[in-house]
Design a protein around this ligand. Structure first.
Ligand code: SF4
Length: 430
């Protein structure tokens, strides 16, 4: 039977049957925090992933439903006060003001990474690393449900100034053809797997036609939020055929799948979806941030990585939550993160130890935290705008107590200052 997708936004909370048994104060918190952050859930998540016996302590509830700790007390009180007293447009202004304090575009996404064509910004493209371009199709700027910790949260709120997206498939293809050093394109969003077969095939066919491209990556959380996409939804066979075309063309298809917790890997539907995806010749690599209240225990990660390998997936990254949105709520400090990563990976056999971590996607590039000895942090860039800076170990020390992010560290040795310097604007273009 074809499954019916039913989604719920912040205005439909009251119609979610499971919430009716919950404390009214919790619903009130979801509404207030939902003024700032996007909220969407669906019937698959509600019926299959959340353990309602655990209520607000359930990790999947925490990753899908906003909760009070995501706002500072000051912001929470202002919103609560303003909602009851301000006119609609004044309240909207307050919401915008608060959003702008939450660093909506971390790591220079809109200022450093957007390439140019004849002096014109190519909106919806990001070219940070030499070999890889990120592309944000306008058709995929939503997801089957939203994650509370999402670093792309501004993509899903109504303020148009906070979004980046592209309708210009032709510009992307031109840009790729002018830059044959680019071997990888990542389709991202939102979630590109919200696209139906007709639109998806437009993007995939165009990318297959670019000779210099070797790897097509698709970032998605659909295996968690709507695995029917690959098993039973209308059009799923066509979607699988389109993906098969990539591997038949001789290019590598990498599904960059987002899993935060082993609970996402248990349903029969997700297991079937993984089998069908792998049958297209795709490799599925997995990544997720380490998050307080959701997955901040080493046993959770070792169980998740072990299960992923058993299902034929390749663990790829343990990230740290970026310096945006509710980072203050979700981020562990760097020492705790390192401890959780090491404890998790040490429990596993060699073939399960493929996940790199803990990793921070910072302004300069992807910084891996290798170790901490006597208050000295050992780090290296896995990726850097300047490829010559990658894979060299350097040292850092705390610039503030309990550092949680790369910018909370500073150099130990003067000759290593360049690893911490603000990058100059990197002009990329044709
Ligand atoms: S699925 Fe990905 S893009 Fe969508 S809300 Fe979750 S983390 Fe963000």
């Amino acid at each position: 039977m074809t499954p019916k997708y039913k989604s719920y936004n912040i205005h439909a909370l009251e119609s979610i049957p499971y919430l009716q048994k919950m404390d009214k104060a919790i619903i009130e918190d979801i509404k207030i925090v939902g003024e700032i952050y996007p909220f969407k859930t669906n019937n698959y998540v509600l019926d299959n992933l959340i353990d309602w016996e655990r209520g607000i302590d359930d990790p999947i509830f925490r990753l899908n439903f906003p909760h009070r700790g995501m706002l500072t007390e000051e912001h929470y009180d202002k919103l609560k006060w303003g909602r009851d007293r301000l006119a609609k447009d004044e309240f909207a202004e307050l919401v915008d003001q608060i959003r702008m304090t939450l660093n909506p575009h971390p790591a220079g996404q809109t200022s450093f990474n957007v390439p140019f064509e004849n002096g014109v910004r190519l909106e919806g493209l990001q070219h940070k690393y030499r070999n890889t371009v990120l592309y944000f199709p306008s058709h995929s700027q939503t997801c089957h449900a939203y994650c509370t910790f999402c670093f792309r949260w501004p993509q899903f709120v109504s303020n148009a100034e906070l979004k980046f997206q592209s309708k210009e498939l032709d510009s992307l293809i031109r840009y790729l053809n002018y830059n044959p050093q680019i071997t990888d394109v990542l389709l991202t969003g939102g979630d590109p797997m919200v696209m139906g077969p007709q639109i998806l095939s437009r993007y995939i066919d165009a990318l297959i036609g670019v000779k210099s491209l070797r790897n097509i990556r698709i970032g998605t959380k659909s295996l968690t939020f709507w695995p029917f996409k690959f098993t039973a939804e209308e059009g799923h066979q066509e979607v699988l055929q389109i993906l098969r075309k990539v591997t038949d063309s001789g290019k590598h298809l990498a599904i960059m799948s987002h899993f935060n917790h082993p609970a996402e890997l248990k349903s029969d539907v997700v297991i079937d979806a993984i089998k069908n995806l792998r049958a297209t010749g795709a490799e599925i690599r997995t990544q997720a941030p380490l998050l307080r209240t959701i997955n901040n225990k080493s046993e959770i990660w070792s169980e998740m990585w072990e299960r992923q390998v058993q299902l034929g997936l390749i663990p790829y990254y343990m990230f740290l939550p970026r310096d945006t949105g509710a980072q203050h709520h979700f981020a562990e400090d760097l020492r705790t993160a390192l401890h959780i990563y090491k404890n998790a990976i040490q429990k596993l056999s060699g073939i399960c130890r493929t996940a790199k971590g803990p990793v921070m996607s910072a302004l300069h590039g992807k910084v891996e935290l290798l170790d901490c000895v006597d208050d000295v942090f050992y780090l290296r860039y896995l990726q850097h705008r300047d490829p010559g800076m990658a894979y060299k170990v350097f040292k850092g020390r705390e610039a503030i107590d309990n550092p949680k992010w790369f910018s909370d560290l500073t150099t130990v040795d003067k000759y290593e200052e360049r690893y911490f310097e603000e990058v100059k604007r990197v002009e990329v273009g044709v």
